[in-house]
Design a protein around this ligand. Sequence first.
Ligand SMILES: NC(=O)C1=CN([C@@H]2O[C@H](COP(=O)(O)OP(=O)(O)OC[C@H]3O[C@@H](n4cnc5c(N)ncnc54)[C@H](OP(=O)(O)O)[C@@H]3O)[C@@H](O)[C@H]2O)[C@@H](O)CC1
Ligand SMILES: Nc1ncnc2c1ncn2[C@@H]1O[C@H](COP(=O)(O)OP(=O)(O)O)[C@@H](O)[C@H]1O
Ligand SMILES: [K+]
Length: 527
Amino acid sequence: MHWRDVSITNGPRPVSVPGQQALYGSTATRQIEQWAASTLPHHTLMSRAGLSVARLAQALQPHARCIWVACGPGNNGGDGLVAATHLHRGMQARGSKFHVVVTHLPNDGARLPADALDALQAARAAGVVFSEEPPAHFDLAIDALLGIGRIRPPQGRLALCLKVLRDSSSPVLCVDLPSGLDADTGTLTGEAGAARAGERHTLSLITLKPGLFTGTGRDAAGHVWLDDLGIAPPQSTPVSAWLGMQPTQATARLHASHKGSFGDVLVLGGQGIGVSGAGMTGAAVLAGRAALHGGAGRVFVGLLEDDAPHSTPWDPACPELMFRRPSLLLESDTLRNACVVCGCGGGTAVAALLPRVLSTARTLVLDADALNAIAADASLQTLLSLRRDRGRSTVLTPHPLEAARLLGSDTRQVMADRLKAAQTLADRFGACCVLKGSGSVVAAPGEVPIINASGNAALATAGTGDVLAGMIGSALAPLKLVDEQMQDRVASAVYQHGWLADHWHDTGHAGELSASRLAARVRPLAG
Ligand SMILES: NC(=O)C1=CN([C@@H]2O[C@H](COP(=O)(O)OP(=O)(O)OC[C@H]3O[C@@H](n4cnc5c(N)ncnc54)[C@H](OP(=O)(O)O)[C@@H]3O)[C@@H](O)[C@H]2O)[C@@H](O)CC1
Ligand SMILES: Nc1ncnc2c1ncn2[C@@H]1O[C@H](COP(=O)(O)OP(=O)(O)O)[C@@H](O)[C@H]1O
Ligand SMILES: [K+]
């Protein structure tokens, strides 16, 4: 996601502050809204919301001649009507070439909410122009059709307006949420799909919502802005998720440190071409390189089903990697003491190692084929679930299909509620779970999940998940008692992974992003 800074002295601000931002789902937001409304004069929140929308619209398109405001049947539409009234007054003062057009879509036979009705009457009294149809051309559209209210599948004029908004090559400013986006899950209702054509902005009101940052939310929302409307959520309101935007700078290492200070990583994976005919050696090498660049003191790689048992594998681009036969590694202290990254390119061969790995490794990152093997074997699931009680730490790094296999569901169900899928896996297996994809979710047992704010589709290329597994391995390797710090530490690695993709072209001409180039850019995390 690219945050854009627009100069506004008060009101909305761009969401680009490092640290963790609280996200509140629709239920929590409604609680905050109702609590705030009960302490303020009637119509205050909608007045503030509409003014904020109008100001941001002006800042985004100061020279717009025609602004189309699409207003729905609820309070989101009310916000749009207040904004339209402010914009209309401003445009009127500039002359006859400038105008605002409102398309208002009340529900047949249903009453407008009181605030929205007031806003409609004020807009009419101010002389705002209403039209049944969107104008043929507009320089900016304001999407005030649907907000955090209940969403039904759109039909008729509502569906048509949504399509015009989603196809618009002119900028669109969404009020609170892109209409049709579920605030809690980031799934989008309606057939038109996420906008692809023009610039998109979303001004989130009172709270930031999880759905803006995961699943299809990021594409639908574009640049996200927040105006809290002067409301600080009460401490008692539970946070639904955190938006993870960790700093990535490494701190200087102490002079009096040695390679043992930074821990060992042991990568088990990379099945050779052997009997199956499908070689995936590179996956383990990528994880190993990432772990090394991520600051691990030593990195061992155990390749599975070695093709040429008497040859000595090595990585010419990264000769620091130490290759060992898995049979030796499984019997060594390294398995117990290192952070073990297991499964990258593990193929079918990894299943045989898992009983020993699950019972012995102190800290374990399970990726790819290790997850598939566990999904297919109830006894491995039991071993995994027992690890936490035995004082061992585990990270699962599934992409949505791997998550679906572990959950016994399908990818559609996982994507329908990514936060829930990640949290279910974390709670069920007593492990930290990174559900990968746009807006990766980092969940831990009994903790509020973190949605990662960095990364983009340049990462959708083979091997970047192996790099992430290695990065998490090096992030956890130096820690002794990791459980308390685990989720934040893992989230920092996930953030750096995405950050590197977001800043790929900042430092010269490195060519397009590939997994091996990505691994080479990894740096040790702070702390
Ligand atoms: N209250 C406050 O203090 C503040 C509120 N604020 C603003 O209010 C927004 C929440 O307002 P809201 O609760 O009215 O929900 P919103 O999403 O606007 O409308 C839901 C309506 O849409 C309708 N509908 C849904 N699908 C449909 C379909 N397919 N076809 C047709 N109709 C459909 C649905 O109809 P129903 O299903 O109930 O029949 C219902 O009537 C929030 O996002 C923020 O922008 C801010 O101003 C801050 C202060
Ligand atoms: N569109 C995207 N936006 C953000 N991150 C993405 C996107 N596509 C892929 N990624 C990230 O790239 C990595 C891909 O991992 P994975 O699917 O396991 O690939 P592989 O198995 O090829 O390594 C994950 O960290 C994922 O979150
Ligand atoms: K909206």
